[in-house]
Write a protein that binds this ligand. Structure first.
Ligand SMILES: [Zn+2]
Length: 210
């Protein structure tokens, strides 16, 4: 009898440990927006890997997100001859703070209120978000609007096949809290991405949190 109790306790401890460990895996559906901050445990569970930005600088992206971004790049190159590159990816708290300050000085407070997150509330702090750019257009064109509409349409049409969504949709500003950003993509996994794309909804609507 005593042995059985011991065995039962042992199994129970294993199950508890396993579930505690399991709950600390990266949640690809994590919601970070103007109302939902990054969970404090996030930095300790996310696996960030280095890669290069369009400017040749070292940037970090969450492991699985980067694998799928590489597939997206390949697909776009083969299908449409589009050279998609990373403009910005993971940003830590301090980098986000500096960026917000810099953009406030450069473009004013209104621009920041529409397009920039305050530190602790940026999706870029998850490592699952990427601001992309097309090599021929370079970084600033996204702000100035000198864009190749057709290329953007082609990019947007296949994001979901690689588990990405266009995060800030036109006409959904009230829900997302951000202006339309045709360069900001977010990895959520293939299943959710497909559903979100087909229903033309936001992550907030998919999760029913807004
Ligand atoms: Zn972004």
């Amino acid at each position: 009898m005593r042995q059985r109790v011991l065995l039962f306790s042992f199994v129970l401890v294993l199950v508890l440990l396993w579930s505690a460990f399991d709950s600390l895996k990266v949640d690809y559906l994590i919601l970070v927006n103007r109302n939902h901050s990054l969970p404090s445990y996030w930095d300790s569970i996310v696996n960030l890997v280095p890669t290069q930005s369009v400017d040749g600088e070292m940037v970090y992206v969450e492991e699985e997100t980067l694998i799928h971004f590489r597939e997206l790049q390949q697909d776009l190159l083969l299908k449409y001859d589009i050279d998609l590159q990373i403009d910005s990816a993971y940003r830590d708290y301090n980098t986000q703070k500096e960026l917000a300050n810099q953009l406030r000085a450069q473009y004013g407070v209104e621009y920041v209120n529409v397009y920039v997150a305050i530190p602790g509330f940026s999706e870029h702090e998850t490592g699952l978000a990427i601001d992309f750019t097309l090599v021929k257009h370079k970084v600033l064109d996204k702000v100035l609007g000198h864009n190749d509409n057709k290329a953007y349409e082609q990019i947007h049409s296949i994001l979901h096949k690689h588990g990405f969504i266009l995060r800030y949709l036109a006409g959904k500003e009230v829900i997302t809290g951000y202006g339309y950003e045709r360069w900001h993509i977010r990895y959520v996994g293939e299943e959710a991405a497909k559903d979100i794309y087909e229903r033309k909804i936001t992550l907030e609507e998919y999760l029913n949190i807004y």
